[in-house]
Design a protein around this ligand. Structure first.
Ligand code: SF4
Length: 438
């Protein structure tokens, strides 16, 4: 039993690296600590506890985590330093070996953090608490509330796919989810707090329902009925799990935005096979065509990895041509990085860093031209923009339902409001469209 007095007047600082799921979970950790009287540190203060929620999606992500841990320790030298998240789950000894790290918590332990704080004045007896990934089965609900406008609702966690290049199933365990009723309850709570937009997040959200006997389509149907929420976005969904029914529902729904984010990973069937993905390029093209037919204005973002083992020059050329031919709006390009314990390491052909860099650049240039074409195609149209609270150089930003970023002179009255606008031309930096309020 923890003595509540030890938490009185204590402060905590939170740091998140990686994906939206991590941001949602850090927010839950923060709420748990706040409920016990540990307040969030103010700017300029040093904290009693630092919680660092890490990512391990690539070798570079691990490196960034190590750098962040060192930097945070310098900023908060007397704090109890707790490191959790995917890097902590996958490489607990490596993390515990970083000077100044007091506690390493795995994926299962991170959302039960209080039980590991058995006294803030003494260092914990055991620095590492993790469970084997196959034992991580509990679904812990999380919803981030850092921004009044956009909230990230975790609907699913873990993955059963075991793609050959990926360590996420080892870091986050098997696929699992909360119930539709609990998701609706959380969405209602967001609406009560004035939140207007919810992004559904997870590792493999199309898999929603596996652990509760429900379905993704029933989840989005139920969420669409929650009064007060203006928009939902489906963050990232595997192409083989986007059903025609779901596309049709989004096209006719009250609140789901015409915005899809779909991982392709490679536009070469041979490479998709090596990656052990669950679809081929024909299925991917079919899904894009279905979306565009039902929702011609939809924004479609696509993830691609370059330089995976087995991606020869010919396969990359083929992939490039395939991606170029798709009616999509933006690419998120990642460079392959070797992950210990993955099946991809058994593939002989490797891609040298120079070629990887060139492939990444080619796809980033293609992404730029697709994004510009998408924005240009919608310039001059009327749209509803949900404005956000951040202020930058006298300007504020917001997004249309189909994810076009816009900017306008800052006006407090517009924060968290859905406002009708006309989309004008590009701003000077070509990062957003200027708008006229109508
Ligand atoms: S679908 Fe594949 S790439 Fe995505 S998390 Fe699961 S194993 Fe990793």
């Amino acid at each position: 039993m923890i003595d509540n007095n030890v938490f009185e007047n204590k402060t905590a600082a939170y740091f998140t690296l990686g994906c939206k799921l991590n941001f949602a979970e850090t927010s839950t950790i923060g709420k748990e600590l706040a409920a016990r009287g540990i307040r969030k540190v103010r700017t300029g203060e040093t904290a009693d506890i630092c919680v660092i929620n890490t990512c391990s999606v690539t070798e570079l992500a691990d490196k960034k985590c190590r750098q962040a841990i060192r930097r945070i320790q310098k900023q908060h030298p007397k704090a109890l330093t707790i490191v959790t998240g995917c890097y902590a789950q996958l490489k607990p000894e490596e993390v515990a070996g970083i000077p100044g790290v007091d506690l390493v918590l795995g994926a299962e332990q991170k959302l039960d953090i209080l039980q590991y704080l058995d006294g803030l004045d003494k260092k914990p007896e055991s620095a590492i608490h993790t469970s084997p990934s196959k034992n991580i089965r509990e679904f812990v609900p999380s919803c981030s509330t850092d921004d009044r406008t956009r909230h990230f609702l975790k609907v699913q966690d873990g993955c059963d796919y075991y793609c050959s290049f990926c360590t996420i199933p080892f870091a986050r365990g098997r696929s699992r989810n909360g119930t539709i009723a609990s998701m609706v309850g959380q969405a209602q709570e967001v609406a009560r707090q004035g939140g207007k937009e919810i992004v559904l997040t997870g590792v493999n959200i199309g898999d929603f329902g596996k652990s509760t006997g429900e379905t993704f389509i029933d989840l989005i149907r139920a969420l669409d009925e929650v009064e007060g929420i203006l928009r939902y976005r489906i963050s990232s969904i595997e192409p083989n799990l986007i059903t025609d029914e779901a596309i049709d529902f989004v096209a006719n729904s009250k609140r789901f935005a015409p915005h899809f984010h779909i991982p392709l990973q490679s536009g070469s069937d041979a490479v998709l096979k090596l990656m052990r993905r669950h679809y081929d390029t024909a299925l991917f093209r079919h899904k894009i065509e279905c979306i565009k037919q039902a929702l011609p204005q939809a924004f479609i973002g696509v993830d691609v990895i370059v330089g995976t083992r087995g991606e020869t020059d010919e396969f990359f050329e083929e992939a490039y041509r395939f991606i170029e031919s798709l009616d999509i709006s933006q690419l998120h390009v990642f460079s392959y990085s070797e992950r210990p314990g993955t099946q991809a390491l058994k593939i002989d052909h490797t891609v040298d860093p120079k070629a990887k860099h060139a492939r990444s650049k080619a796809l980033l240039d293609l992404s730029d031209s697709k994004l510009h074409a998408f924005y240009d195609a919608h310039t001059g149209e009327k749209a509803e923009v949900l404005f956000e609270k951040a202020r930058k150089g006298g300007l504020m930003h917001g997004f249309t339902a189909n994810y076009i970023k816009v900017e306008t002179p800052y006006d407090t009255a517009l924060v968290n409001q859905s406002v009708p606008v006309r989309l004008l031309g590009w701003n000077e930096e070509k990062t957003a469209l200027k708008v006229e309020l109508i």
